[in-house]
Design a protein around this ligand. Structure first.
Ligand code: SAM
Length: 272
């Protein structure tokens, strides 16, 4: 399946509709906080970004690369709360465009630079970032060894990488694999050991992996329950197709955790 057809990346007008429901018209100024329930496309929202900032030691002088930035939620939050500069790299032009608009409207365009491109090929200055963040994006990227080799070159000496992603805990049954490929667009979902080995082969040191499955599996189950409970309110603002697309995605993810094959993982590593 094409990434743009993945349920999570369809109905991209949902942020604008959500803002409309708050009485904010297209193009109008937004306070950063007004986006927080809409622009964090990963587990545990701002809490996860704070954990990354602490681990990477991000402060006002830091320059962070956000790989697979989505509509820029984590990038804006880092810039707003920690005063750093962020390069928000996003593959999909439509998703990138939403991010550019939101960043301008919250007044963070001096700190957050949106770049539309493929992290495997986009020219970026070597040794220019203090930290790399990537939340729920590496699963979409077909060549992880090449990705990590690039990230290692983009970091300044001593710079760190903080990645949260999906992983494989046990071989996927064929039906599960089909859902993983078509509904989740997971092309690189491997065992934790293979993940750690790729970091090491790319020259990263102090590679630490944390199994997030005990936390993420119930989170995904609860997310589906509350999504369904909120059906009427969501469908009223966004329409049935938008509701159904997210439900399809949340249902598949919850089922994949249930199968025992899907897991969540955090990897922290640095370059020497
Ligand atoms: C689940 S979203 C997460 C967005 C963001 N990290 C967040 O947590 O809000 C993953 C994003 O990675 C992007 N992506 C996938 N492959 C990419 C690539 N090769 N280069 C840059 N971005 C990519 C997708 O288009 C998608 O917007």
């Amino acid at each position: 399946m094409k990434l743009a057809n993945m349920p999570l990346y369809t109905n991209l007008d949902r942020v604008e509709r959500g803002l409309g429901a708050l009485g904010i018209a297209p193009g109008e100024r937004i306070a950063p906080e007004q986006l927080y329930t809409m622009d964090q496309w990963h587990y545990h929202g701002l809490e996860a970004v704070d954990a990354a900032a602490r681990t990477l030691g991000i402060g006002p002088s830091s320059h962070v690369l956000d790989v697979g930035a989505g509509i820029g939620g984590p990038a804006r939050y880092l810039a707003h709360k920690y005063g750093c500069r962020v390069t928000a790299l996003e593959l999909q032009a439509e998703v990138h465009a939403v991010g550019v608009d939101l960043t301008r409207r919250v007044g963070l365009d001096g700190q957050v630079t949106h770049v539309c491109g493929d992290v495997l090929t986009e020219p970026l200055p070597p040794a220019s970032f203090d930290g790399v963040l990537s939340l729920l994006a590496v699963l979409h990227i077909p060549d992880r060894p090449r990705l990590f080799a690039r990230l290692a070159r983009l970091l300044r000496p001593g710079g760190g990488a903080y990645v949260e992603d999906l992983c494989e805990r046990a071989p996927f049954a064929s039906r599960d694999l089909a859902d993983l490929r078509t509904i989740v667009c997971g092309v690189t979902v491997t065992s934790p050991d293979a993940y750690v080995a790729d970091f090491g082969a790319a020259g990263f040191v102090a590679v630490a992996a944390t199994d997030l499955t005990p936390d993420w599996a119930p989170y995904a189950a609860a997310r589906l329950v509350s999504w369904r409970a909120n059906h009427d309110a969501y469908a009223r603002v966004h329409g049935e197709p938008a509701y159904a697309a997210q439900e399809r995605f949340y249902t598949a993810i919850a089922r994949l955790y249930d199968s025992g094959s899907l897991g969540g993982i955090r990897l922290v590593a640095r370059v020497p």
